[in-house]
Design a protein around this ligand. Structure first.
Ligand SMILES: Cc1cc2nc3c(=O)[nH]c(=O)nc-3n(C[C@H](O)[C@H](O)[C@H](O)COP(=O)(O)OP(=O)(O)OC[C@H]3O[C@@H](n4cnc5c(N)ncnc54)[C@H](O)[C@@H]3O)c2cc1C
Length: 640
C-alpha cells in the first residue's frame, strides 16, 4: 500500500481524479448553458475587468457590520457606473456585469423594478422628460407598493393620490400609520425617486383603485427628503440578510406632483379630471411579470452556485471507514449524499434552460402589449405566478440542502452558502407571497378546465402552458404505470400532465359541492406548474441532438433525473388520482426509486465536470469549500 498522502495533496488529487473521469466536453456544455460561445466570451471579458477592481474583492465582506456593508455597496455601485461609462457598456453588458458581481446592491431595485415600470408604463411625456436620467442612473428609483398594513391585498392599500383639476396636480397622501410604505428596497437611504402605488381618487370623489405615480422623494442637491415626505430605513432583516440593501419606509403629507407624473401609458386622467380606463385590467402587471420572469434564471444560477460548492467539497471531503487504499470514503459517493445533491444539479440545468424560454416568451408578450394586444396576458400571468413559486421554493430548499450536505463546515460563513441562503430566502415572499400566488394559478386553471369540460372546441384553443387539459377530452386514457414507465421520457411527461389534468378536473367538478382540504391550492398549483415544466424538459431532451452524443447523454441523464425526482415528489398525488395503484405485481414506487439511483450513479463520474460547466471562477464563488483546485483545508485556514 502506498504511504498516505498529505491531506491537502489528497484533496487536490481527488479533485484532479474527478476531473479526469469527466467524459463530457466542459467547454461545449458550458456554451450550451450560456446559450453560445458569444455569451460566455462576454461573461469572461467582463469578469476580467471586475476582478481587477480591489473594491469588488469579497474576502472581507463577512467581517463587516451593516453600515459598512451598505457603504461598500454604494461604493461598488458608483464604480460599476464609472466602468459602464468608461467601457461604454450596453444594457446587456451592464446587466451581465451586475449579475457577475453577485452582490446585494441598492441599485438593483432601480434596475429590476423601477426602470422596467418606467419603460413599460411611462407616458410619452414622462419618457421624454426623464428616460435619459433613469437610463443613465442620474436618479435612483425604487418601487413603493407594500404598506405597513397591507402587502398581498393591493386593493386595500391606503395611500391616496387625489386629482386636483384647478392646478392639474395629484396630491399624494398617507392618511394613517398603516398606510406607511414599508419594505421598499433602496428607499431607506439611497433612492431619489420612486414609483408610488396609490389609490387614484377623482375630483368627484370616486376611488378607481391603485395606480402608479412618479414621485421625487429626495433633493438632488443635498439628498434630503423633500417637504411633506418622511423617509427612513426599516432596520436589520432576519439573520442579518440583505444587509447592504436599505429597505425603507415613507409617509406622504399631501405631497403635490404634476398630472403628467402619473404612469399613464394605459390608464389616464384628463386635464379635466376624467378617467380613461386601460384596455385590459392586468396591463399594469407588466413590470411585476418582468421581475418574476427574471427570477427564474436568477434562481437557476443561485442553485448552480450551491450545487458547485457542495459537489466540489463533498468530492474532496473524506469521511468514514477506510477503503482498500487506506482512504476514507469520498462523501459524495454515499447514496444519501448524491441523492441529495445530484437532483439539485439537475434543477440548476433545467431552470437555466427554462429561464431562457420564459424570458423569450415574455419578450413576445411585451411586443404584443406595445400594440395593445392583451391576448397572451392572462396565461402568461398565471404561468409566471406558478414558476415564481416553483423556482423560489426550490431555491430556498436547495441552498439549505447543499449547505447541510457539507456538515459543520457548511455553517462557516467562508463556505459561502449561509449568505446565499439568507439573502435568497425572501424570494419566497416578495413579488407575491408564494402561497398567495398558488391561488392565482388555481383560478386560471379551473377557468380553463371549466371551458374544456363544457365545450369540446375549447381544447383546440388551449394556450400552450395549459395543453395538459387536452387530456380531459374524450377518448384519452392514461397508460398503466409499470417499471418501464420510468425509463421512457414521454411516459413520465404524460404521467405528470395526467396528474395535473385529473387533479384540476376533480377540484373543478367538486368546487362548492364537497369540502376541500386546506392544502388544495398548493397541491394543485404545484401539479399544474410541474406539468408545464415536464413538457419543457421533454423538449429540452429532444433538442439535445445539437450536442455531441456523450454531452447529450450526460445532460439528458440530468434532465431525466429532474423528471423522475419530480414524479417521486408527486407520488401521493399520483395515488390520490388513481394513476398509480397497487396491482399485486411489483411496486412501481420502488421501481421509480431504483431508476433514480441508477441515474445518479450514471451522472456521478461527471458531477465535477458538470459543475465546472457553470463556469464559476473562485472569485465569483467566494467559497473556501468550493475552490476549484480542491484544496479546501488550506483555503479555509487562509480565511481564518
Ligand atoms: C426583502 C424584501 C424586500 C421587499 N421589497 C419590496 C419593494 O421593493 N417594494 C414593495 O412594494 N414591497 C417590497 N416587499 C414587500 C413584499 O412584496 C411583501 O412582503 C409581500 O407582498 C407580502 O405581503 P405582506 O408582507 O404584507 O404579507 P401578508 O400579505 O400580510 O401575508 C402574511 C401571510 O398571510 C398569507 N396570506 C395573505 N393573503 C392571503 C390570501 N389571500 N390567501 C391566503 N393566504 C394569504 C400569506 O401567505 C402570508 O403567509 C419586500 C419584502 C421583503 C421581505
Amino acid at each position: 500500500m502506498a504511504p498516505p498522502m498529505d491531506v491537502n495533496q489528497q484533496t487536490a488529487a481527488d479533485m484532479g481524479a474527478a476531473r479526469s473521469r469527466t467524459s463530457i466536453s466542459v467547454q461545449i456544455v458550458r456554451n450550451y448553458l450560456y446559450g453560445g460561445q458569444k455569451q460566455w466570451d462576454l461573461r469572461e471579458r467582463l469578469e476580467k475587468i471586475l476582478i481587477q477592481e480591489q473594491l469588488f474583492g469579497k474576502q472581507q465582506r463577512e467581517f463587516l457590520g451593516r453600515t459598512d456593508q451598505y457603504i461598500r455597496a454604494t461604493a461598488i455601485t458608483n464604480r460599476l457606473n464609472e466602468l459602464r461609462r468608461i467601457h461604454s457598456w450596453s444594457a446587456e453588458e451592464y446587466n451581465t456585469a451586475t449579475s457577475l458581481l453577485s452582490e446585494i446592491l441598492p441599485i438593483s431595485l432601480h434596475d429590476v423594478a423601477f426602470q422596467p415600470v418606467f419603460l413599460g408604463q411611462g407616458s410619452p411625456a414622462l419618457m421624454e422628460n426623464y428616460w435619459d436620467l433613469v437610463n443613465e442612473k442620474g436618479i435612483q428609483g425604487c418601487y413603493l407598493q407594500t404598506e405597513l398594513g397591507h402587502g398581498t391585498n393591493v386593493a386595500r392599500l391606503e395611500t391616496t393620490s387625489t386629482y386636483i383639476p384647478e392646478t392639474q396636480e395629484f396630491e399624494i397622501n398617507s392618511p394613517s400609520l398603516t398606510s406607511t410604505k414599508w419594505w421598499i428596497g433602496a428607499l431607506g437611504k439611497s433612492a431619489t425617486h420612486g414609483a408610488v402605488q396609490a389609490k387614484l381618487i377623482l375630483p368627484n370623489g370616486k376611488d378607481t383603485g391603485p395606480h402608479l405615480f412618479f414621485v421625487q422623494l429626495r433633493s438632488l442637491e443635498d439628498h434630503k427628503p423633500l417637504p411633506g415626505i418622511i423617509v427612513g430605513d426599516i432596520g436589520p432583516k432576519a439573520g442579518g440578510g440583505m444587509a447592504a440593501q436599505d429597505q425603507g419606509f415613507a409617509r406622504f403629507d399631501h405631497v403635490r406632483i404634476p398630472r403628467t407624473n402619473m404612469f399613464s401609458k394605459f390608464a389616464e386622467v384628463t386635464k379635466e379630471g376624467n378617467y380613461i380606463q386601460p384596455p385590459h385590467a392586468k396591463l399594469s402587471y407588466g413590470g411585476m411579470m418582468y421581475i418574476r420572469a427574471g427570477m427564474i434564471p436568477s434562481a437557476a444560477w443561485t442553485i448552480a452556485r450551491a450545487a458547485t460548492v457542495a459537489i466540489r467539497y463533498t468530492t474532496v471531503r473524506r469521511q468514514g471507514e477506510l477503503d482498500t487504499n487506506g482512504l476514507e470514503r469520498q462523501v459524495l459517493n454515499y447514496p444519501s449524499t448524491y441523492y441529495r445533491l445530484l437532483p439539485i444539479l439537475s434543477r440548476a440545468f433545467v431552470l437555466i434552460e427554462l429561464g431562457r424560454y420564459t424570458v423569450k416568451a415574455l419578450d413576445e408578450m411585451q411586443q404584443r402589449l406595445a400594440n395593445r394586444d392583451t391576448s397572451l396576458l392572462p396565461e402568461m400571468h398565471a404561468l409566471l405566478c406558478g414558476l415564481k413559486v416553483l423556482v423560489s421554493t426550490h431555491g430556498v430548499s436547495d441552498i439549505e440542502t447543499a449547505r447541510r450536505s457539507m456538515g459543520g463546515h457548511g455553517y462557516s460563513a467562508f463556505a459561502g452558502l449561509g449568505r446565499l441562503y439568507i439573502d435568497y430566502l425572501p424570494a419566497a415572499t416578495f413579488e407575491g407571497d408564494n402561497f398567495v400566488l398558488d391561488g392565482q394559478v388555481v383560478r386560471a386553471a379551473t377557468k380553463l378546465c371549466n371551458a374544456v369540460l363544457s365545450s369540446t372546441s375549447a381544447v383546440t384553443k388551449l394556450p400552450p402552458p395549459s395543453a395538459y387539459l387536452r387530456l380531459l377530452s374524450a377518448n384519452s386514457t392514461p397508460a398503466p404505470v409499470t417499471a418501464s414507465t420510468w425509463h421512457d421520457v414521454s411516459s413520465v411527461v404524460f404521467l405528470l400532465e395526467w396528474r395535473a389534468a385529473l387533479m384540476v378536473k376533480n377540484f373543478t367538478q367538486t368546487q362548492g359541492k364537497a369540502e376541500v382540504d386546506a392544502n388544495i391550492n398548493q397541491r394543485l398549483a404545484k401539479a399544474v406548474t410541474e406539468a408545464f415544466v415536464a413538457v419543457q424538459v421533454g423538449e429540452m431532451i429532444n433538442n439535445l441532438t445539437t450536442l455531441p452524443s456523450e454531452d447529450a447523454n450526460v445532460v439528458g441523464r440530468l434532465y431525466r433525473l429532474y423528471l423522475l425526482t419530480t414524479a417521486e415528489s408527486a407520488l401521493v398525488d399520483l395515488f390520490s388520482v388513481g394513476l398509480i395503484h397497487p396491482t399485486g405485481a411489483g411496486d412501481p414506487t420502488q421501481d421509480l426509486r431504483l431508476a433514480i439511483k441508477a441515474l445518479c450513479l450514471g451522472i456521478l463520474p461527471n458531477a465535477i465536470g458538470l459543475t465546472d460547466a457553470f463556469g464559476f471562477s473562485d472569485w465569483s464563488l467566494d467559497s473556501a469549500l468550493g475552490v476549484s483546485d480542491g484544496r479546501v483545508y488550506e483555503a479555509l485556514w487562509q480565511r481564518v
